[in-house]
Design a protein around this ligand. Structure first.
Ligand SMILES: Cc1cc2nc3c(=O)[nH]c(=O)nc-3n(C[C@H](O)[C@H](O)[C@H](O)COP(=O)(O)OP(=O)(O)OC[C@H]3O[C@@H](n4cnc5c(N)ncnc54)[C@H](O)[C@@H]3O)c2cc1C
Length: 488
């Protein structure tokens, strides 16, 4: 047995009879289906990467007989947090940051929740034990987990409890062995290539909505769990040359429908408690850690996009022009801002019990700012490109015809690149920013952590307003009307 989980092991673990549908058909094996197989293979490559870089990427939990991803490591200090982050960054580089829900996302969420086990204990000893045992199981086995924590978008003007019957996942039955869940959760990104799904409720619930107030973990193959994939960009990719990102890193997003799924009590972490649904993420370090991971990944993706911008200007020979340099300078400043905010979350973190937790307000600031930044970076790339991204051969097949190839070689001129290299580069750039895959990424970065009013609300709640307003009050305390009048 290898020192840690390998890609082949991960692929085998997905052949578990899960019920995934695409284009009206049941998928017999996600690891072989043309809609998913390359993305599954990219997910597996993360485990091969860690098996090849054991010291950098893995650690051995106490008492374990095998090493697992550092994503499961709970940092005891700033140095360990940085060591863990470097492993997460290295993983993000495998997909240029385009796999948003790589296994370290949920591992980070669970690490943060495990730090706050006291919060689960207040909810109930049994539920806390279930969560602690599950953390042990998931981390020891280096599970690839995804989560569904958001309800299907339906009628925003109504409370969750008022939505149509069987829409929002709810507890519909229970007995001595567990609870039964019916209804949906919005989008399980990466669920098709994950081992298990963590189900919870992050959106505010009201008293009376206890049926909706639960959290649990499930393997991807229980009876009744039906996974409805969105359109596969991988299946519609023309070739790796034409769609280098869509063809390999389409992590997928799928609606999860719980058609009377039984969950044993050992895997129920929150039971009919509306406030505990919030506390599970916000009173533990769960929300802080999961979104800190998202910023680590984004730091790689933004750096990649800025690399694309630089190559783009080189390819069309605009990079030495002062206004273009200015735009590149702004992009570079933004990339560094993302890095610096990440470093700020780490260095200005704090101890919670025996563990180091990232600075929560810095994390929310990063979330608010990068949610706006991403579409602006994409737009700048478009501005820098002009029609270059469109004046491209329809597919690799055009190169197979010698007469067409000649025309391509005559017309794809560049200041820096040979015609074939230019076409290859521009197809990569379009896949990142303009293809259906690229467009989904803009939607992802704008919404994965909630709409703007949600992220800005977190920023508002966690800012040091007392400190800020004290500065204002102190500034006013040194003078008053009477003294000013007297001095005239
Ligand atoms: C690509 C992608 C992948 C995702 N992956 C996952 C996943 O893996 N797991 C998961 O659980 N979820 C996932 N999500 C869901 C994501 O968390 C939600 O999309 C996000 O929380 C926003 O919720 P919503 O889509 O219901 O939009 P809404 O909250 O309905 O927002 C839509 C628009 O309406 C406005 N709006 C709505 N209500 C109000 C209000 N009360 N006040 C002011 N404005 C309002 C918003 O500002 C926004 O402009 C994913 C989403 C995307 C796009």
């Amino acid at each position: 047995m290898s020192a840690c989980k390998t890609g082949a092991e991960h692929i085998n673990s997905l052949k578990d009879g899960r019920t995934v549908y695409i284009d009206g058909k049941l998928v017999p094996d996600v690891t072989e289906h043309p809609a998913f197989r390359n993305s599954v293979s990219s997910a597996a490559s993360l485990y091969d990467f860690q098996a090849e870089n054991v010291e950098q990427m893995t650690f051995k939990p106490e008492g374990a007989n095998r090493r697992v991803s550092r994503a499961w490591q709970i940092p005891r200090n700033h140095a360990e947090m940085v060591q863990r982050r470097k492993a997460l960054q290295a993983w993000a580089e495998v997909s240029c940051g385009f796999m948003g829900r790589s296994p370290d996302h949920l591992a980070s969420s669970l690490v943060g929740q495990r730090i706050g086990l006291d919060v689960f204990k207040k909810h109930g000893e049994q539920r806390a034990k279930a969560f602690a045992d599950y953390f042990e199981e998931a981390s020891r086995n280096d599970y690839f987990l995804t989560y569904v924590i958001i309800n299907p978008q339906a009628e925003r003007g109504k409370d969750w409890g008022e939505q149509a019957p069987d829409l929002v996942a709810a507890i519909v039955d229970e007995d001595s062995t567990g609870v039964t869940i019916r209804g949906a959760k919005m989008l399980g990104t990466s669920s098709i290539m994950a081992n298990e799904v963590f189900v919870a409720n992050l959106q505010p619930l009201k008293p009376g909505e206890e049926r909706l107030a639960f959290s649990c973990a499930l393997p991807m193959n229980p009876k009744g769990l039906r996974v409805l994939s969105r359109k596969s960009y991988e299946a519609h990719a023309v070739s790796v040359f034409d769609n280098p990102l869509s063809s390999r890193f389409d992590e997928n997003d799928a609606l999860m429908y719980f058609d009377d799924v039984k969950v044993p009590w050992e895997r129920v972490f929150v039971y009919k408690d509306t406030d505990m649904c919030r506390a599970q993420f916000h009173d533990t370090a769960g929300h802080a850690y999961q979104n800190y991971q998202a910023q680590i990944r984004l730091s790689v993706k933004i750096k990649f996009l800025i690399g694309l911008a630089h190559r783009l200007t080189e390819s069309i020979g605009t990079n030495a022009m002062p206004p273009i340099r200015e735009q590149l300078g702004f992009l570079a400043a933004n990339a560094s801002m993302v890095q610096a905010m990440m470093a700020g979350m780490e260095v200005e973190g704090n101890m919670r019990g025996e563990w180091w937790v990232p600075n929560k307000h810095h994390m929310y600031s990063a979330q608010v700012l990068t949610q706006d930044l991403y579409p602006r970076v994409i737009n700048t790339l478009r501005e820098l490109s002009g029609g270059a991204l469109i004046m491209l051969p329809s597919s690799v097949q055009d190169f197979a015809d010698p007469s067409l190839r000649k025309i391509i070689e005559t017309t794809q001129q560049s200041a820096k690149m040979k015609p074939e290299e230019k076409v290859k580069f521009l197809k990569l750039a379009w896949d990142a920013i303009g293809s259906e895959f690229g467009s989904r990424h803009t939607q992802y970065e704008m919404f994965y952590a909630g709409a703007r009013f949600v992220t800005a609300g977190h920023s508002y709640r966690t800012f040091d307003w007392a400190g800020a307003t004290k500065l204002v009050d102190d500034a006013m305390s040194g003078y008053d009307l009477a003294a000013s009048l007297a001095s005239h």
